[in-house]
Each structure stands twice: as structure tokens, then as C-alpha cells.
Write a protein that binds this ligand. Structure first.
Ligand code: NI
Length: 143
């Protein structure tokens, strides 16, 4: 099995807030991240495709194709946007790193399967909210 990774960056605003809970609960739970006037992050996303190599190209997936899929599915929709208000596929979720990484995986999965060789497929998505904090979604750890 070969694992191929493409990295990309975007900036976005968000607020961690659970509207089913009181303002006090939200302030105590989320602290600064509950700021009603939003705050921003410089996010880094890492998208890993796992599979076998196409003998005609030597590729699992053409990294130019992977770059284009990340651009269209994630960056065009999220870069310089408010993740709570402006991104339809994130509607109704608390935009924590954990929830974002799962939503990004689902947003990328089909296009990557179509663009990659044979049974190669999306393996994991990592999202760095800061240099020190990241979440990874890897729903099929056996591949
Ligand atoms: Ni935040």
C-alpha cells in the first residue's frame, strides 16, 4: 500500500457555540473560542490517498488532480469564509477541528475515488488548527 499526501492552507473565521446550551455554559466550555464576534485560524489540511500504483503513470493519484479537488471542494468554499455562516456543507455543526475534519473527508471522498487508480481511495484527512493542535479522521484504519 502506498500513501500519497497533499497539503494545503486556508484562513477562516469561526465560533464554537452550542445553541442548545446557556451562554454561561458556552463561555465556560469554549472560553475564548466562544467569542460572539468570531476569531480566525490559519488552517493546514493534509489529505492522504492510499492505494496501488498505476503501472502506466507510476501514480496512485495525479497530485495535480488532488490539488484541484482540494481547491474545489475545500478551499473555494472555506478560504476567507466564516465557517459557521457561509459554508453550506458545514451547516448545523459546531466547527471544532474534530467536526471539520470529518466533514472535509466526506466532502472529498467521492471525487478522490474517481480520480485515483483502481481501488485507491481517500485514507485520512488531518486538519491543523494551530501548529500544535490537530485532528485526524481516518474511518478505515485497516487500509
Ligand atoms: Ni477557534
Amino acid at each position: 500500500m502506498i500513501y500519497v499526501t497533499r497539503k494545503a492552507h486556508f484562513n477562516a473565521a469561526h465560533r464554537l457555540h452550542n445553541s442548545n446550551k446557556s451562554d454561561k455554559w458556552n463561555r465556560e466550555t469554549f472560553g475564548k473560542c466562544n467569542n460572539p464576534n468570531w476569531h480566525g485560524h490559519n488552517y493546514t489540511i493534509e489529505v492522504t490517498v492510499a492505494g496501488t500504483v498505476n503501472p502506466e503513470t507510476g501514480y496512485v493519484i495525479d497530485l495535480g488532480d488532488l490539488k484541484g479537488i482540494i481547491q474545489k471542494r475545500i478551499l473555494d468554499k472555506c478560504d476567507h469564509k466564516n465557517l459557521n455562516l457561509e459554508v453550506p456543507f458545514l451547516e448545523g455543526i459546531i466547527p471544532s477541528t474534530e467536526n471539520l475534519v470529518k466533514a472535509f473527508f466526506q466532502e472529498l471522498e467521492d471525487d478522490i475515488y474517481e480520480a485515483s487508480y483502481g481501488d485507491s481511495k481517500l485514507y485520512s484527512v488531518k486538519l491543523f488548527e494551530t501548529e500544535r493542535n490537530l485532528a485526524e479522521y481516518r474511518p478505515n484504519p485497516s487500509i
